[in-house]
Design a protein around this ligand. Structure first.
Ligand code: GLU
Length: 566
């Protein structure tokens, strides 16, 4: 069969040659060992945690080596594409400070544009490029058209009508008909010509080497040595609309864009023989591969399962809504990506994770376990190191979006809010009260009359009359100009007056000699003022709240107790 002739008939509009294309994508001028990596999401929904995860590894490897990290939008599946998803994912990645050197970007009017010399960075804009290589493969007898019969056309038609039916549904039907397939594989030039003249749609298939007894050996940088039977499947390169499948687009794009390391989910590992075959057919050098294990979570029964799309924490937008600081999420991801990150971070608490020497060797071969508790721990640390101004601003921004009333209240007196967030900040052992911005209201709402409530009751063994006496004495003695020592001396004096030990040592020696101790007296005051058994340092709290508010609360509590409400 005259393959050249066939290729001309199939792609009459393709005038460019692979050489023309190669000229547009010259090798990158980068230092030796610089890595070129990419994030290549499909705009079919939100950014999944399992997508951000490899993209951070890719970003680190590129930038750590003086290389390039770029964003390619893999939008070849129009049926699965969600309008606006590409724009949303560019915004989400920016939120997480995933810095791309080139790729799809948003221009001033919010539309997707290209930045960089190796574009277009949206696969939907690259149809011609794929077809140039498709034509070459046909002309070399390495790919062939598979025309649809009338019956198959009807199936396609139905698939198109029913959005939930995927392209693959009818393909597999067709594939079931082995004989037809074999016929397609051995199509004669005359037959092909008849189909083409009748304008019958075709998919382009690779003519696979069929020696599954032969093995392809490959070293994955994470998984190590892997071995697969050689590909013997005539998989589809171009769909009937001339748009490539993932396999074909991956090989061409990563070659032309100079990717040195493909970092992707392990679900692609079984497709590797297909890709390697394509690299060979096209005469391209394959990149290095890193297949990242899927993120797991524990289900209710403690069994590991895949973090699925519907799980809380899968959608990166969930974190924004829950009020996680993006840098906390990134830092958490680092702990999952590199087993020695935490140790490094403990030794370098003030350094950004971007200064950590990220290493492929320390990556987990099996699935990392996603765990909110761990994320919260990391997050509390991250927030505890932020200054009060920053925290105030972040909490306010979050609240204005997700809890408008709280946001307004915070905004109405920024200085007051900032004083509250400054409690216990800055020292060697900062307080770790907030894991998310949404923790702020339960933590500090009591500072505001709007949110003040008696969250905790006095312990049942506390003597009501002692509480009333404490509050009355405290009210009389309180002077907002006292320093912390003077303040505490007065609390101690109340203890002594009421038969509570002001000296803890003495109390420990003979607890029965006292009605309680100074901690109980402080607690009586604390619950009245904050409504909580546990709150930040009471002296500081009162300084911030101011005399009037504090005294009002004490009066309220005395009233409550006297009216036996408590
Ligand atoms: N578009 C593919 C996906 O979203 C990309 C895989 C890759 O990184 O090559 O799974």
């Amino acid at each position: 069969m005259d393959n050249k002739y066939l290729s001309e008939m199939l792609f009459p509009n393709i005038k460019k040659t692979p050489e023309d294309i190669e000229k547009q994508y010259p090798p990158r001028e980068l230092p030796q060992d610089a890595k070129v990596t990419r994030f290549a999401p499909s705009p079919t929904g939100f950014v999944h945690f399992g997508g951000l995860f490899p993209s951070m590894a890719a970003e680190r490897l590129a930038h750590q080596s003086g290389g390039v990290f770029y964003l390619r939008i893999e939008d070849t599946d129009a049926k699965r594409e969600v309008p606006g998803a590409a724009e949303a994912l560019i915004n989400t990645l920016a939120t997480y400070s995933i810095e791309f050197d080139e790729g799809a970007v948003l221009n001033e009017s919010g539309k997707i544009a290209d930045k960089g010399m190796y574009g277009p960075y949206r696969q939907s804009q690259r149809a011609e490029i794929y077809q140039v290589y498709a034509k070459k493969l046909v002309s070399e007898g390495k790919a062939y058209p598979c025309f649809s019969t009338e019956e198959e056309l009807e199936l396609i038609h139905q698939a198109d009508k029913k959005a939930e039916l995927k392209n693959t549904d009818w393909l597999s039907e067709a594939e079931a008909k082995k004989e037809d397939m074999l016929k397609a594989r051995n199509i004669s030039l005359e037959e092909a010509e008849t189909h083409i003249k009748a304008n019958h749609p075709f998919v382009l298939r690779i003519l696979a080497k069929s020696d599954p007894d032969k093995k392809v050996k490959f070293t994955d940088l994470i998984k190590g040595a892997v071995e697969f039977p050689e590909n013997d499947e005539d998989f589809v390169l171009l769909k009937s609309d001339g748009i490539p499948t993932y396999h074909f687009a991956h090989v061409i794009d990563d070659h032309l864009m100079g990717t040195t390391h493909v970092i992707r989910g392990e679900e692609w590992l079984p497709s590797l023989p297909k890709h390697l075959q394509l690299f060979e057919y096209l005469g391209f050098k394959p990149p290095k591969y890193m297949h990242i294990a899927q993120i797991m979570k524990l289900d209710e029964n403690g069994n590991k399962k895949k973090l699925s799309k519907r799980d809380m924490g899968a959608n990166m937008d969930d974190y924004t809504k829950m009020g996680y600081a993006p840098e906390a999420v990134c830092e958490y991801i680092m702990t999952l990506l590199n087993s020695n990150y935490e140790e490094w971070h403990m030794q370098n608490p003030d350094k950004s994770y971007k200064e950590f020497p990220f290493s492929i060797k320390k990556m987990s071969v099996s699935g990392c376990l996603f765990d909110f508790n761990k994320l919260n721990d990391v997050s509390k640390n991250v927030i505890s190191r932020m200054d009060a101004e920053n925290v105030t601003q972040k909490v306010t921004e979050w609240a204005l979006k997700y809890d408008a009333e709280f946001g307004k209240i915070l905004n109405s007196d920024k200085a007051y809010a900032q004083k509250i967030f400054a409690i216990g900040r800055g020292g060697k052992k900062p307080r770790k009260d907030l894991a998310t911005w949404s923790d702020a209201k339960p933590y500090m709402g009591f500072f505001y009359d709007e949110y003040f409530e008696y969250e905790d009751a006095y312990p049942t063994d506390a003597d009501k009359n002692d509480i009333i006496a404490t509050l009355e004495k405290f009210k009389v003695s309180y002077n907002e100009r006292d320093d912390m020592n003077e303040w505490f001396e007065k609390v101690k004096k109340i203890s002594d007056d009421l038969g509570y030990a002001s000296d803890m040592k003495a109390y420990k020696q003979t607890p029965d000699a006292f009605r309680g101790n100074v901690a109980d007296i402080s607690m009586f005051i604390r619950v009245a003022i904050t409504g909580k058994l546990n709150a930040p340092d009471l002296y500081t709290v009162m300084q911030i709240m101011g005399r009037e508010r504090c005294m009002k609360r004490i009066d309220m509590m005395i009233d409550k107790l006297k009216n036996s409400e408590i």
